[in-house]
Write a protein that binds this ligand. Structure first.
Ligand SMILES: [Zn+2]
Ligand SMILES: [Zn+2]
Length: 410
């Protein structure tokens, strides 16, 4: 029997794994500059945590979550997103009593049982930021600005859409207006949306089915129903974004597929990604901390899809780097071993061909591992007590008399 990885669960091999690390590194550099600190959270939690936070009626919880019973009879879920765990940890450790505001980031795998396609896997990776304790619109603008700076550092082109989906005061009025409108067009909606209608009509705005999208394009928009506080908040967010030099478009039909959002929501999209066009998304979730048993705490955040960002990175040819030692015979090979140990101790990447094959095959190996230099130790070199150094970029070869000279050349 030959085992394969599960459908939608992929191995990341070099150079993809290196691309992955590059994205993570760039993300960390950008968010650390803005004062975010890392939290490392469990990848599985009590299933109830996600039902309570992401929302009982969402597709994520109803259809996509990996839920199982552990040996202790507990209902456990592989996390489908990161915010719920961050909020749970924030409450569990009483951070609200220790810090007036908190800025966290996380990186790791998430799990959703969806139909796999480009940019959508069952195990996928997210890097996210959460801010707790700040209700001010400046925090929204800053978080969105930080998100933009990550994608800019990665040279990923994007369109930023922002919206406000109001608060618990104003959203019910909109919900009613929307429901009234949708009821008149119910025949045009997909079966899923017909089911959703009474429970959560806002979800229809998120539907990807063409006929639903058409109906939605004529539906009332939430921005016309915002209460004064929400309107002012949104106005400030937009002003501060401009102040920060972040370009955006208001999309009054933007809602996010999770129940916990309030006020500001945003999505960074790329035209190059096709159907799964969202690279990074987030919003404010002022009710979630208290909903999960903590004190009233305003909060907001975003998550970036690392897999999707990787699809957008420009293909670059790997640069040549380090030294490959080519030897002829046992004595030369021994010298070669000493040499790679010495070079590594000096911080230089160094490799040797243990197969000790022909000169030609060793040179081929040096090229395959993209070495920048080849050091040749052959009979002549041994006899004359020198090394030959070849630059694989230029093809130039020269005699080197000792290690000092070698280091100076590399
Ligand atoms: Zn409101
Ligand atoms: Zn639909």
């Amino acid at each position: 029997m030959v085992f394969k990885s599960l459908r939608g669960v992929e191995d990341l091999l070099p150079p993809e794994s290196e691309k992955f690390e590059k994205v993570v590194k760039t993300f960390k550099e950008a968010v650390e500059k803005a004062g975010f600190r890392e939290v490392i959270l469990p990848i599985f939690e009590e299933a109830g945590l996600f039902a309570r936070s992401v929302g009982e009626t969402t597709d994520i919880v109803q259809k996509e979550m990996y839920v199982f019973e552990d040996k202790g009879g507990r209902q456990v879920a592989l996390r489908p997103e990161g915010t719920a765990s961050a909020v749970r940890a924030y409450i569990q450790h009483g951070i609200y009593a220790k810090e007036p505001f908190t800025k966290w980031f996380y990186v790791g795998p998430m799990f959703r049982f969806e139909r796999p396609q480009a940019g959508r896997r069952r195990q996928f990776f997210q890097a996210g930021c959460e801010v707790f304790g700040l209700s001010q619109p400046g925090a929204d603008a800053e978080v969105i600005g930080v998100a933009a700076s990550i994608l800019e550092s990665l040279s990923v082109e994007f369109n930023l859409e922002v919206n406000s989906i109001g608060c618990e005061k104003c959203r019910p009025r909109y919900r009613e207006a929307l429901l009234e409108f949708l009821k008149l067009r119910v025949e045009e909606l997909c079966p899923d949306c017909k089911g959703r209608l009474e429970r959560n009509p806002l979800r229809v705005l998120d539907c990807k089915v063409e006929t639903c999208k058409e109906v939605v394009s004529e539906a009332p928009v939430i921005t016309d129903y915002l209460c004064d506080e929400c309107r002012v908040h949104f106005q400030k967010v937009k002003e501060y974004l401009s102040l920060l030099g972040v370009g955006f478009k208001v999309n009054p039909r933007l809602v996010r597929g999770l129940d916990y959002y309030t006020r500001t929501v945003f999505e960074f999209k790329s035209e190059k990604l096709g159907a799964q066009s969202t690279v990074l998304a987030g919003g404010r979730y002022d009710r979630l901390v208290s909903q999960l048993g903590g004190p009233e705490t305003p909060a907001l955040g975003f998550a970036m899809g690392i897999d999707r960002v990787m699809l957008l990175l420009p293909q670059v040819e790997e640069e040549r780097e380090g030294v490959f030692v080519v030897t002829a015979g046992e004595e030369a090979y021994r010298k070669g071993l000493e040499l790679i140990a010495f070079l590594r101790s000096k911080g230089i990447k160094a490799q040797i061909d243990h197969r000790q094959g022909s000169f030609k095959s060793q040179m081929k190996a040096a090229d395959r591992v993209r070495a920048k230099f080849v050091v040749i130790i052959g009979e002549e070199e041994l006899k004359g007590d020198f090394l030959s150094l070849k630059d694989l970029d230029t093809g130039k070869q020269e005699k080197i008399s000792g290690l000092e000279e070698l280091l100076a050349r590399l």
